[in-house]
Design a protein around this ligand. Sequence first.
Ligand code: UGB
Length: 616
Amino acid sequence: LNNLSLLSPHQIEMAKMLLEMGQSHLFEHWPEPGIEDDEKRAFFDQVAKLDASYPGGLVSYIKTARKLLADSKAGRNPFDGFTPSVPSGESLTFGNDNFVQFEETGIREMKNAAFVLVAGGLGERLGYNGIKVALPQESSSETCFLQHFIESILASQEASCKLVEGGCQRQIPFVIMTSDDTHARTLELLESNDYFGMTPTQVKLLKQEKVACLADNDGRLAVDPKNKYIIQTKPHGHGDVHSLLYSSGLLNIWRDAGMRWVLFFQDTNGLLFKAIPASLGVSATKQYHVNSLAVPRKAKEAIGGIAKLTHADGRTMVINVEYNQLDPLLRATVNPDGDVNCETGYSPFPGNINQLILELGPYIEELTKTGGAIEEFVNPKYTDATKSSFKSSTRLECMMQDYPKTLPPTARVGFTVMDIWLAYAPVKNNPEDAAKVPKGNPYHSATSGEMAIYRANSLILKKKNVDLTVGILHYFTNRQRAGVKVEDPVLQVFNGQEVEVWSRVTWKPKWGLTFTDVKNKVSGSCSISQKSTLVINGRNIFLEDLSLDGALVINSIEEAEVKVGGSVQNKGWILENVDYKDTSVPEEVRTRGFRINRVEQLEKTYNEPRKFCLKP
Ligand code: UGB
């Protein structure tokens, strides 16, 4: 109390609030005024920041914490009274007419969408020292995740605007949610790469703040063991994105500019943009307020399951049940065996890949009521079965996919299931943990993430599609589009993980954003051997009767048109094993377990605005 004289009126108010909320331990062992006064003021600066950055302030945080901690201690299930069942959603098969139609609709809508990347997580499971969006998504083109995301958004913007009569100048807004752990490095990555071609004003960074840690079941705030003037803090989870977007004022700006959709996505899924056009098409066609992207899920896989929950009182909702909660919920209700695969080899509950498409109007309406606050949870690690103390401090957390929990029953909440090979291959696990993943379950490592990109590109090229219009008009010269003969993969082991190694095919998003784009770029009889690498770095590059057995890199400027055919044969690029423990190798190389030895390639660059033909 002696120290009150040091404080501003606002700081005094904060001190009173803390005392009223049972936080007097924070001031224990504070020395007399005159000693460590600056530290005391800095303490109140932190309190003010924690108070301001949480909806309802610290009072509300502590009250919610007490309630959730009591529920957790009592073993109360957040899904009490709810019975899960398998919901029905839109299931898409890559390349069929339905899929192509949804892609077309999606591209048309793209100019009305804003993209939001949640990238505040440091990725403890991955154990990488840098920010995850700076990792190369594959090492043939060495494109990092952030570059790929931005180029995909720019390609979508252009494709969508082209469909407007007379064109349009719309710039798709791109928001990145960062945290203290990632903010500076994300900004630096953008600035040192000229925003990867995006207009800097098109990109907005919103930094999430951490929340106060809790020391015990009474919701007492945890003090940093090394400094009594600091309250310990930890990340609050990706659910913060909703309140940050709301308080930024961006949603209303977007609405006034005629936007209709907000697309949320995570930081390391290199396949995602192959699934976005079609799923946005689903949202637009079905008029979904909420559309979650999903893939078939292996039981016990560390991705949430999408379930329909029906309460004893009749309420229902379609929602993600997080991976650690699905098994106990099933055991307690419909299946004593818990989360197990059914006859398809997958869990009956589709896996949430945390890509959400929200319709902007209803989203704003909801956030106006909630301020963007998302239902939270707490996950304390107790020292023993009495649950009276914690092994280490805990905190409240929230998840962005819990947004639908507060929606009224009239809200149209749906989901879209895609092929896994097309839509989902995140980089989340370090090599050691990935190698322990049960056989048949995805590794979610840097190794599998890269291999999945080659596999998806190979499968897309392989997919046959007869262009009916061409077929009818030119009966004798009817050509199959795409349908490249890509040799079968071989199995190889990197960092203890057995993966399929397909031909290393990569392309820029502007070359092949949709299946229709790809099939329009490929014709005749093309073939690619398994040992081959094909890097397509340009827009107007057409593969016609190409036979590739080696490495081929084509670079071209926008205005050039290049026809690539004939037989390309060379020693190519070889994958050489690297051990993840070998610290002499850069981290981003050793975490994937191989390096590319660029032995021999044909590389061509076309930087004049005219037509070229490459036919070795
Ligand atoms: N993230 C933030 O931006 N801020 C944070 O405070 C925390 C994370 P993780 P998680 O698709 O595989 C999610 O850690 O949370 C960002 C879903 O909950 O990679 O374990 C972070 O940067 C789960 O249902 O994943 O699991 C990253 O971009 C399932 O869908 C993103 O949030 C699973 O992802 C996800 O963080 C999955």
